[in-house]
Write a protein that binds this ligand. Structure first.
Ligand SMILES: Cc1cc2nc3c(=O)[nH]c(=O)nc-3n(C[C@H](O)[C@H](O)[C@H](O)COP(=O)(O)OP(=O)(O)OC[C@H]3O[C@@H](n4cnc5c(N)ncnc54)[C@H](O)[C@@H]3O)c2cc1C
Length: 380
């Protein structure tokens, strides 16, 4: 196994550094976070840079790269900003890979080229008030009508729905069905009549805006059904390795940035007549933080390598997601302790890493459920 990035992948990361310095520098990252706004303008820039094209077939305008390249992009975006990486993941992992994996040919031709150009936003609207970790308990329904479907129900905590053109909405299309059977994946135009959205206040990830969405007799056309009618839940599950890899890469990018910030701080901050970095307890802490990042990063790139080879990777995607998200929590917590008041200050980036880290261990496959999944796969 060779997990070293190629010279092209390293150059791509350098172009992301330049892009972020120009379009979304640290002071803008802080401003968007302070204002609870989604920097949706980034998508167009990603399109111009070719980032969104990475994993897709050339016939739609894609570059047909391996998944390691996608992971390298996501990690570098996460290093600069969690929302920058999250927007990329929502678009590529939820939007694009869903279309590619189980969309119809007509949907791919209609939607993938504009998605790759950065002209289309997506959001996954799965969670409901009574269906969180137990997502197969969802109740939002879609009834067949002339020419399409009528959607009724409520979704909650949906990220970036404000900047999405399309909502990917798992709905129950078979009356009386329960669990994962009878669920279908519908694309619903976000501006459709009958959609009502309310923004949700929260602890962190302020610029990854969260929305409660009511669906009142919302119409979507026949051509917007993705995958088999009634078999949508399995389709959704088939794309989870991509989104877990995306979340893990975002976490590890942020974790690396947090280690570097803590290190800069203890080299500069003088107490008892010496920089804090002279005190062994703090030096060892930095070493342990970087050790955790490097360990988790290896699991992440092993996952990317397996995805690229088209191998089954249920265990590996769960392991990478657990390791990287818990690594970020560990690093941000220790970083906060080392920076103390300078980290706790409202405008500190450590404060943002620390708040944002809290989401990732329960979002998109709670780590408890992923440990259950691994235990089952291990025949426990
Ligand atoms: C900021 C943010 C963004 C989000 N973005 C999206 C989005 O874009 N799209 C979307 O569809 N959803 C989104 N979500 C929802 C997210 O996926 C859910 O919060 C998550 O699935 C957990 O559901 P819950 O919050 O209802 O917790 P619950 O299901 O109530 O779980 C509470 C706790 O119990 C644990 N638990 C539950 N069942 C078990 C069990 N059987 N064994 C052991 N432990 C268990 C869980 O791990 C968790 O720690 C987002 C949430 C947040 C906060």
């Amino acid at each position: 196994m060779d997990f070293a990035l190629t010279s092209e992948q390293i150059a791509l990361q350098a172009s992301i550094d330049a892009f972020m310095a120009d379009r979304f520098p640290p002071e803008e990252v802080r401003r968007y976070d302070r204002n609870w706004e989604t920097p949706s303008f980034l998508l167009k820039g990603y399109g111009e840079l070719g980032l969104l094209a990475a994993p897709f077939p050339a016939r739609y305008g894609g570059l047909e790269t391996d998944w390691t390249t996608v992971t390298a992009i996501q990690e570098r975006l996460g290093y600069h900003s969690s929302i920058a990486a999250a927007l990329y993941s929502i678009t590529v992992d939820f939007g694009g890979m869903s279309l590619l994996t189980y969309g119809t040919q007509e949907q791919r031709e209609r939607l993938l080229p504009p998605l790759i150009r950065g002209e289309l936003g997506f959001a996954l609207a799965l969670t409901e008030p009574e269906a969180g970790t137990d997502s197969a308990a969802l109740r939002t329904s879609a009834a067949k009508v002339e020419g399409g479907w009528r959607v009724n129900g409520r979704k909650t905590w949906i990220s970036c729905a404000d900047s999405a053109d399309w909502l990917v909405v798992p709905c129950r299309t078979r009356k009386g069905s329960s669990g994962s059977d009878g669920i279908s994946m519908l694309l619903v135009p976000r501006e459709a009549i009958g959609i009502a959205m309310t923004q949700l206040p929260k602890v962190g990830n302020h610029s990854l805006t969260s929305w409660d969405i009511g669906f009142d007799d919302v119409f979507t056309a026949d051509g917007n059904l993705m995958g088999p009618e009634g078999g949508g839940f399995r389709c959704l599950m088939s794309t989870l390795a991509y989104s877990r890899a995306g979340q893990a890469a975002n976490a590890i990018g942020q974790a690396q940035a947090a280690v570097e910030l803590a290190m800069r701080h203890i080299k500069e901050r003088v107490q008892f007549g010496a920089p804090l970095s002279r005190f062994q307890v703090l030096r060892h802490r930095i070493v342990d933080m970087q050790l955790r990042v490097d360990q988790a990063r290896l699991l992440l790139y092993r996952l990317a390598w397996k995805i690229s080879r088209g191998e089954r990777c249920r265990i590996e995607s769960a392991q990478a997601k657990i390791a990287c998200t818990e690594c970020l929590q560990f690093v941000a917590d220790h970083g906060m302790q080392m920076m103390a008041s300078a980290g706790y200050a409202a405008e500190s980036d450590m404060n943002r890493y620390w708040r944002d880290a809290r989401l990732l261990t329960f979002g998109e496959g709670a780590n408890e459920m992923l440990r259950d999944l691994i235990a089952r796969e291990m025949d426990l």
